[in-house]
Design a protein around this ligand. Structure first.
Ligand SMILES: Cc1ncc(COP(=O)(O)O)c(C=O)c1O
Length: 324
């Protein structure tokens, strides 16, 4: 279909940091995933998963897409549902801001808000609520991004090849923090198949279980996820995350992520979310350790407009004790 919006997913720009990278021998390139139609990298995986569900008869005309998410995956599902004429039901805990709920409703999605206090084994928990709605709704389809192998596959088939082509095969290091793990696992797999020496580096917020699991193979039960950066780190392992694709990890805190995101906006003109800040912070840490020339690539997963009342709000930053 000529000019079809869903054909505009992917093929995002890759731009080179001009000012905040002080390392002369190392190039740092960032892939602007907020330029996808719904404003994040998640358009790629939701589009891939919905196309596959249609092809395999798991989602039929007039069907309903269900997912437990308040964030970028919800926005992608809501947008794609609007375009293709599916009903979309998204469940989320009541801590999710009204702006975020309204952003999903703007695409016509139905929102089911559950108590934040419901524990994971409570039927009222938002994940269990999504599972129940999917089970009760005829012709419904759950995206299941955490455990769906099509999530890393979407990156293996699109983001990875784009990075390889856009760098003319010069990429030496790839950096991405993870939540489902689809981004780091799928892109790294593709890049390592082209050049086994490509080094994958994964930042993880203090409070997530991934770093400790990578170092020790154990799940640290203190993984409380009590940080402010939204969209990375986890309190459980996911099937989309493949640690065999990761060469090394580093831990970061909110200050690292937010201060770098704010510098990206002020010095490079790139207004992304906190995870883009964390990725660039980690890329700079990696660059500081390198002695040979290198080409580091990372991603800016989503749009800073989603955080104007938080990390781009000086009052909020001061109240939380972060530097401006
Ligand atoms: C803002 C943001 N950054 C990064 C990620 C991590 O991507 P992935 O789930 O592919 O690991 C997500 C995913 O939820 C996200 O919403």
């Amino acid at each position: 279909m000529e000019g079809f919006i869903l054909d505009k997913i992917g093929n995002t720009p890759l731009v080179k940091l001009q000012k905040i990278n002080p390392f002369k021998n190392v190039e740092i390139w960032v892939k602007l995933e907020f330029m996808n139609p719904s404003g994040s990298i998640k358009d790629r995986i939701v589009n891939h998963i919905i196309n596959d569900a249609e092809k395999n008869g798991l989602l039929k005309p007039g069907g309903t897409i269900v997912e437990n998410t308040s964030g970028n995956t919800g926005a992608a599902a809501a947008m794609i549902g609007a375009i293709k004429g599916y009903k979309v039901i998204l469940t989320m805990p009541d801590k999710v801001s009204i702006e975020k709920q309204n952003a999903l409703k703007a695409f016509g999605a139905e929102i089911v808000v559950t108590p934040t206090s419901a524990l994971p084994d409570d039927p009222l928990h938002y994940v269990n609520t999504a599972k129940r709605i999917a089970a009760e709704t005829p012709n419904s389809f759950r995206i299941n991004q955490y455990d769906n192998p099509l999530n890393p596959e979407a990156h293996y088939l699109s983001t990875g090849p784009e990075i390889w082509q856009q760098t003319n095969g010069r990429v030496t290091h790839f950096v991405a923090a993870g939540s489902t793990g689809g981004t780091i696992s799928g892109i790294s797999k593709y890049l390592k198949e082209q050049n086994p020496n490509v080094f994958s580096f994964m930042p993880d917020p203090f409070g997530s279980i991934f770093y400790n699991y990578f170092r020790t193979g154990e799940i640290n039960l203190d993984g409380s996820c009590s940080y402010f950066v939204e969209g990375v780190g986890e309190d459980h392992l996911t099937k989309a995350m493949n640690f065999e694709m990761v060469n090394d990890m580093i831990q970061f805190n909110d200050e690292n992520a937010f201060s770098t995101a704010r510098r990206l906006a002020r010095e490079e003109g790139i207004i992304g979310g906190g995870t883009g800040g964390a990725n660039v912070w980690a890329a700079l840490q990696l660059a500081s350790r390198l002695t040979e020339p290198a080409v580091i690539v990372t991603v800016i997963p989503d749009n800073g407009a989603k955080y104007l009342s938080k990390m781009y709000n000086d009052e909020w930053m001061k109240e939380k004790g972060f530097s401006l």
